[in-house]
Design a binder for this molecule. Structure first.
Ligand code: GLN
Length: 286
């Protein structure tokens, strides 16, 4: 007896739930859509139709990988961030909900500055989720995406294309911990979600993060602050007068970041909180 798309969805959902996967509804939906190449809307339209055995086998295969611990974003090569679609591979971190606070802060600051055609630098860009989300809110803005990893930059390039931002985006492969390259110009805003986990915490991370996500995108050195120290100091001269630097930070890194900003001559240090009310974003202006 062939299965309908909905039958497969229910089966996925039950298997995920009985294996204690908290977001079993969402993940089952993401898997059936990906296995059948349908959008959410197309799935809802077609759910009573019969699926081919090939689609059913593909969905089962994805479920197996998920039950072995692989994050669903790497299985389906896709994830949503700030309402936009992103292509995701193990070369980049999976966009986090917490990181939406960075985008919120950037949007708020650019509106406050009245800078609707801002030039924005997305440093340690990974998938490019932050840069794309900001660019989507400001259609006249221009973005420079920087990452050390050529493979991450390739993923980022695809996402910029996917979100129709190619004509106003540049890509540069360079190390955020060294001096900025010559000739990249100045910026109204530098946003950055650098690796910030202290090295000795890496083995203690959740297995789905530790075993699958790129460790170089997480490891911020002995105290987790290596990138912040270098970026605050070395990239400051690229900020235009009144420009802002906005960072995502880890739990408990708020005070030290404030100090780093102030001792390096920045002003107006402010925090923004994530859904658990932890200071997740710190920003300052020059
Ligand atoms: N928030 C991420 C995590 O906890 C870390 C992101 C980062 O290091 N930039 O997995």
């Amino acid at each position: 007896m062939p299965s309908t798309y909905n039958d497969i969805y229910i089966e996925l959902r039950n298997a995920l739930r009985s294996n204690n996967i908290a977001s079993y509804n969402l993940e089952a939906r993401v898997i059936i859509c990906s296995a059948s190449g349908k959008t959410n809307t197309e799935y809802l339209r077609d759910m009573a139709l019969y699926a081919t055995p090939k689609i059913e086998a593909k969905a089962k295969d994805m479920l197996e990988r998920r039950l072995c611990g692989e994050p669903v974003a790497y299985i389906t090569n896709s994830w949503e961030f700030y309402g936009l679609p992103f292509y995701i591979t193990p070369d980049v971190l999976i966009p986090r909900m917490d990181t939406e606070v960075v985008v919120d802060a950037a949007v708020e600051i650019l509106r406050y500055m009245g800078k609707f055609d801002a030039r924005i630098l997305d440093l340690c860009c990974g998938s490019g989720c932050i840069g794309c989300a900001i660019a989507n809110e400001f259609p006249a803005s221009r973005i420079v995406e920087i990452d050390l990893s050529a493979r991450a930059l390739e993923v980022c390039r695809k996402n910029v294309e996917l979100n129709h931002m190619t004509p106003r985006t540049m890509f540069i492969q360079t190390d955020a911990k060294s001096m900025p390259p010559m000739g990249i110009g100045t910026f109204d805003l530098i946003v950055c979600n650098p690796p910030y986990i202290p090295s000795d915490m890496i083995p203690k991370l959740d297995a789905s993060v530790r075993d699958y996500e790129p460790v170089w995108a997480l490891d911020g050195g002995t105290d987790g602050l290596d990138f912040y120290r270098k970026i605050i100091k070395n990239w400051k001269r690229l900020l235009r007068n009144g420009g802002y630097m906005i960072f995502e930070i880890g739990e408990g890194q708020d005070e030290i970041l404030k100090k780093l900003f102030l001792t390096n001559g920045y002003h107006n240090v402010e925090y923004r909180q994530d859904t658990l009310n932890t200071n997740r974003v710190v920003m300052a202006r020059i």
